[in-house]
Design a protein around this ligand. Structure first.
Ligand code: WT7
Length: 657
């Protein structure tokens, strides 16, 4: 297990408390009694949350855990996720409520009401059916942040197809791997999207991906957004506006089983191959909607909510699409980057739409800290009410800055811990109840059961540290890894099989009050700007380059991105000189293999790598080097002089952008 960073362990004696504002408490969606209700009757509590949705057929059993760790929630219940996100609000007379304020990066805008969203989803659902997409088929979605991205996901849900959204920054190779693994029959993409003032290509990347080998893809739908030229395969490709616009504007949806698969989302694990995390319908939607309602204290009639994540990550799935729309919320969706055209774009957006609930990542907050508080200070942010954080541990300085500069010292901060696998928030303050501490996610939400345990699964006492586990099944839990049940059982359920606990892969501490402090991953998974990237994945990309003999990758602390990727490579003698140009080529090679997010911050050319006698690379020692620390215990190395060799060779071999 890796050591918690010193900064965090010092703060386990945090004295500061930020109680909720009295007015928020007085009108809160959830009070302290929710914890008691869930503790007394956990399954009854979840029944109540499920009843917030609209079901075509009631369930007969809340949870079937007889085949653990394979769960079935709301057994026998039937519902349609897209009906819950759209139609039922229109039927309730809320058709004129704005669902989405879309803000394009160049400044174009679209306002979509729930009634209009219903028409768009109906047309897209008919379009999928026309292309032969049926229940259970997989649809890959590779789109910029856009109304069409939301509509595509809901249209899949409407016809019972399983969407697999691929983040728009991923490479052709990554798309190909995901399309093959899920055996997708359709890809939905765009000619391009706007980022930092330029159009980035999407369709050409899909073309390149599908040219890599035989796939099951029969059609590619292309949204026009970038107005750039794209090649068209007349047999396979079809413009969104030509296919979707002419479809009927109403669509009768079928209700599907609560356990009907809703989506697959790939995430990095400790091996090179990403895992297709599978989520189903009833439990997922129940928890996504409940947690959004609870953690943000959402008042759908008056709040304007904005989650700055991309739809390509789970945060976008649960807290842009399914949670907020199931709750009938009004939200902002922004296409581009926070610095375009100027570094106050986010604060312009908050002011313009009177955003009241904001959900963003610590890495973004730290970037704003660097840019200076004059930028937010120049805007009216008085509409803000609750501020959320997600994706990585939030350091107390960033927490305090977020509270003071963005929240005007009045908005509660909800630091929400969860994962692609958990589907929805698990640990978070309740904004009307919790007296928060800067840097702590505090405790499990009502209905959720977590603990911190030692290596053999015994809960640690208050003041102790260990591994975060989830001790009871939860509705939004992953139902498996696509086509790899053995890996599902092994990765999450084998470590504490005796206790039946889910192993999250995070280190955590309980402070004196029993409140939780998340300390980062304990496995070979890095967290770069809140994105999960496995060391092995980057290593595989590096060794796929002809000049690389061997590679070892570590995540080094980074003041802005949380962790930065640092790679140590051994070059093949005859092909390489290790110069700047070659290092640059290797960095680009990783971007090409995986995507720009995986590009190493630094590549160090070395003659040897530190290995144990059994051949395992000791990343701990490399992390010491990458973080400029004295190198730790080397006694288990097969050859203890290796580290001297690496450290001495470094000053010259450093190659950074
Ligand atoms: C990993 C999951 C949850 C959506 C975005 C990331 C880290 C996430 C927090 C938090 C400390 C956090 C964990 C977790 N993480 N939220 N509030 N405090 N760490 O989803 O890509 O599946 O990554 O992100 O290490 O295991 P993901």
């Amino acid at each position: 297990m890796s050591e918690p960073s010193e900064g965090l362990s010092n703060l386990l004696h945090e004295e500061r408390r930020f109680p909720p504002p009295a007015e928020l408490t007085a009108n809160a969606n959830y009070g302290a009694e929710a914890y008691a209700a869930a503790a007394t009757d956990r399954l009854g509590f979840w029944d109540d949350k499920a009843r917030r949705l609209s079901w075509a057929t009631d369930w007969t059993q809340t949870l079937d855990w007889s085949d653990a760790p394979h769960a079935k929630w709301f057994v026998g219940g039937k519902l349609n996720a897209s009906v819950n996100c759209v139609d039922r609000h229109v039927e309730a007379g809320l058709g004129d409520r704005v669902a989405i304020h879309f803000e394009g990066e160049p400044g174009d805008t679209r306002t979509i009401t729930y009634a209009e969203l219903g028409v768009l989803v109906a047309k897209a659902a008919h379009a999928l059916t026309e292309l032969g997409v049926k229940q259970g088929d997989r649809v890959a979605i590779y789109l910029p942040m856009s109304v069409e991205a939301v509509v595509s996901m809901l249209a899949c849900a409407r016809v019972g197809a399983i969407h697999s959204v691929i983040f728009g920054g991923f490479s052709a190779q990554a798309i190909y791997d995901r399309v093959i693994d899920a055996d997708a029959s359709l890809v939905i993409t765009a000619d391009g999207g706007w980022r930092r003032g330029k159009v980035f290509a999407l369709k050409p990347v899909v073309d390149e991906a599908l040219a890599k080998g035989t796939t099951g893809v029969k059609n590619v739908i292309v949204v026009r957004r970038g107005e750039n030229d794209v090649d068209f395969d007349a047999e396979r490709d079809v413009w969104w506006h030509e296919l979707v616009d002419r479809q009927p504007d109403t669509h009768t949806a079928e209700a599907f089983d609560a356990e009907n698969p809703l989506f697959i989302l790939y995430t990095s694990g400790t091996t090179g191959k990403p895992k297709g995390i599978l989520h189903t319908t009833g439990g997922y939607l129940t928890q996504a909607a409940y947690t959004h309602h609870a953690a943000f204290d959402l008042k759908a009639e008056t709040d304007v909510y904005w989650c700055t994540a991309d739809i390509g990550w789970v945060t976008g799935h649960s807290y842009i699409v399914y949670g907020p729309l199931a709750n009938g919320a009004t939200q902002v969706i922004y296409e581009g980057t926070p610095d375009t055209p100027t570094q106050d774009r986010f604060w312009q957006i908050v002011e313009k739409y009177r955003v009241s609930l904001l959900y963003t990542a610590p890495t973004t907050i730290r970037t704003f800290m660097k840019w200076g508080e004059e930028l937010p200070a120049a805007h009216d942010l008085s509409s803000l009410r609750v501020l959320g954080s997600v994706g990585e541990p939030i350091n107390p300085e960033a927490w305090m800055w977020y509270r003071r500069v963005i929240g005007g010292d009045r908005c509660p901060i909800v630091d929400t811990w969860w994962q692609t696998e958990t589907g929805a928030m698990m640990i978070s303050p309740l904004p009307g109840v919790t007296a928060t501490k800067p840097g702590s996610a505090m405790k499990a939400l009502p209905g959720v059961s977590v603990d911190v345990v030692d290596d053999v699964g015994t809960p640690v006492p208050n003041g102790g540290g260990g591994l975060l586990v989830l001790t009871e099944p939860w509705p939004a839990m992953l139902r498996g890894i696509w086509k790899d049940d053995a890996r599902f059982v092994e990765t999450y359920w084998s470590r504490f099989a005796a206790q039946g606990y889910y192993f999250a892969g995070d280190g955590a501490k309980k402070d004196e009050d029993g409140d939780l402090w998340l300390l980062g991953r304990v496995d070979d998974v890095m967290n770069v700007s809140g994105h999960r990237i496995s060391t092995t994945e980057v290593e595989s990309a590096l060794v796929s380059h002809p000049s690389v003999a061997e590679a070892a990758v570590v995540g080094a602390n980074d003041p802005t991105t949380g962790q930065g990727i640092v790679a140590f490579v051994i070059l093949r003698g005859n092909t390489a000189n290790g110069g700047d140009a070659q290092v640059a080529e290797l960095r680009n090679h990783v971007a090409k293999e995986i995507g720009a997010i995986a590009k190493p911050r630094q590549i160090l050319v070395v003659a040897e790598l530190p290995k144990t006698r059994s051949g395992k690379i000791m990343r701990r020692l490399l992390r010491d080097v990458a973080e400029n620390r004295a190198v730790g215990d080397v006694t288990t190395l097969a050859d203890s002089s290796v580290m001297d060799l690496i450290s001495s060779g470094l000053s010259s071999g450093k190659a950074e952008d």
